[in-house]
Each structure stands twice: as structure tokens, then as C-alpha cells.
Write a protein that binds this ligand. Structure first.
Ligand SMILES: Nc1nc2c(ncn2[C@@H]2O[C@H](COP(=O)(O)OP(=O)(O)O)[C@@H](O)[C@H]2O)c(=O)[nH]1
Ligand SMILES: [Mg+2]
Length: 220
């Protein structure tokens, strides 16, 4: 069980227990080589690997963060290359509570592909899924091909979260996950999810997730 870090105040150490814990199943979507795995690794381990071939094929990572008094356990599902062949099945994102659709700001084609992923997600009609569009590689702004304005205008129409980030420098990476966590936490308090919590409190497991990848779990 993850613990909340002690909060040191002028009066001495004070431990703030979380009022609740939520599990958040998040999927990463987007074209190949846009930096999905790099974003996950930056968020979970605060590391960056500059060479594609050195990036481990992490299918499943976890990370706990506190948002207010809520401990959010992100369960991050990353593809291990299936997106390259357009072979991601809807099963990959069917039970997701949050999705990050990634594009590379220096590659217009990946932005167009991200729009198609969003369209695909809307078609699934998943209630309460919280979606963020993320423009990665802001460190490559010299070769930018998608302007912040263009992407911003698009997300306003779609009413989803949007942030430009860099997995390489770490800019905005924690921020976008935190924003998603906050928004999902609001959504999670729908009557359906409240019931799930009550069942859990009674010791009954409510687990709609389908695990179909073997994977490693990392908490930190
Ligand atoms: N310059 C730059 N390169 C990045 C960034 N994020 C990822 N990359 C590189 O882009 C390539 C693809 O990254 P990867 O995470 O494997 O992409 P994925 O196929 O979407 O999972 C790798 O060579 C990464 O080092 C970034 O923010 N800036
Ligand atoms: Mg990858």
C-alpha cells in the first residue's frame, strides 16, 4: 500500500493521510515514435532515454501521486509497438478512465493521426473517459510543424485537455498527468463509481479492467 509523504510544517512533521485512493487506468495512444513510452518513463521514473532501441518495451507501469487528499494510482498502459501496424484493438482502451493521445509537434502527420485516434475514442462512447491531447517534443521547437494555436483551437472544439510537453526535458509532463488525475477524480465520483468504492469498502472487489498484457509494475 502506498503511503503519502509526510508534510513537514513549522509545528513539526505532520502526516496527511489520504481521504481516499483511486485507481486510474490510463492508456497512451498516438503514432509510433511520438514519444509515448518516453512520456511514461519520464512520469514514472523521471528518466529519459535518447535512443529508441534502448527504451524498454514497458507495457504496464504504475505511479502513485497525491492530488489534494486523494491518492491516485495511475495504471499506465503503453503499447509495445502495435500502433505501428494500426493493430491496436479497442480492447486496449475499452476500460480506460483516461487517455493521453500524443503527437510530435515537429511532425504534422502525427497530429492528423492524433485526431483520428480521438475520433476513434469518441466512437467507443465510453462514459466518463477523460482525454488529453499532448504535443510532445517541445524541445524541438526549431522544427515545429504544428502551432500551439492550431492545436489549441482544435481542442477547444473537442472539449478535451491539452498541453505541450517534452519528455526529454520533463517540461509539463507531471503537470498533464496531474491535470488528468484531477479531472478524472471529479468524474470518478459519478454514482457508478461511488458504488464501486462502497463495494470495495465491504471487501468486495470491483474490477472491470481486462488485463491482457504481461507487464512490469513500478511504483514511485
Ligand atoms: N527531442 C525529443 N525526443 C524525444 C522526446 N520524447 C521522445 N523522444 C524520442 O523519440 C523517439 C521515440 O520515442 P518513444 O518513446 O519510443 O516513442 P513511442 O513509439 O511513441 O513510444 C526516441 O528516440 C526518443 O528518444 C522529446 O520530448 N524530445
Ligand atoms: Mg513506445
Amino acid at each position: 500500500m502506498a503511503r503519502v509523504q509526510p508534510n513537514v510544517s513549522a509545528q513539526g512533521p505532520m502526516v496527511l493521510e489520504p481521504k481516499e485512493e483511486v485507481r486510474l487506468r490510463l492508456v497512451l495512444l498516438g503514432d509510433t515514435v511520438v514519444g509515448k513510452s518516453s512520456l511514461a518513463l519520464r512520469f514514472v521514473q523521471n528518466t529519459f532515454v535518447d535512443s529508441l532501441k534502448n527504451i524498454p518495451g514497458a507495457a504496464f507501469l504504475t505511479k502513485d501521486i497525491c492530488v489534494g487528499r486523494t491518492l491516485i494510482r495511475f495504471e499506465i498502459w503503453d503499447t509495445v509497438g502495435q500502433e505501428r501496424f494500426n493493430s491496436l484493438t479497442p480492447m486496449y482502451y475499452r476500460n480506460a478512465q483516461a487517455a493521453i493521445i500524443v503527437y510530435d509537434i515537429s511532425n504534422k502527420e502525427t497530429f492528423d493521426r492524433a485526431k483520428r485516434w480521438l475520433h476513434e475514442l469518441w466512437q467507443q462512447k465510453q462514459p466518463d473517459i477523460v482525454i488529453a491531447l499532448v504535443g510532445n517534443k517541445t524541445d524541438l521547437c526549431n522544427t515545429r510543424a504544428v502551432s500551439n494555436e492550431e492545436a489549441g483551437e482544435y481542442v477547444r472544439e473537442q472539449n478535451i485537455l491539452f498541453m505541450e510537453v517534452s519528455a526529454k526535458t520533463g517540461t509539463n509532463v507531471r503537470e498533464i498527468f496531474t491535470e488528468l488525475g484531477k479531472k478524472t477524480n471529479v468524474t470518478i465520483h459519478s454514482p457508478f463509481c461511488t458504488l464501486a468504492f462502497q463495494l470495495r469498502g465491504l471487501g468486495l472487489k470491483f474490477d472491470p479492467a481486462i488485463n491482457f498484457h504481461p507487464g512490469v509494475s513500478q511504483t514511485g
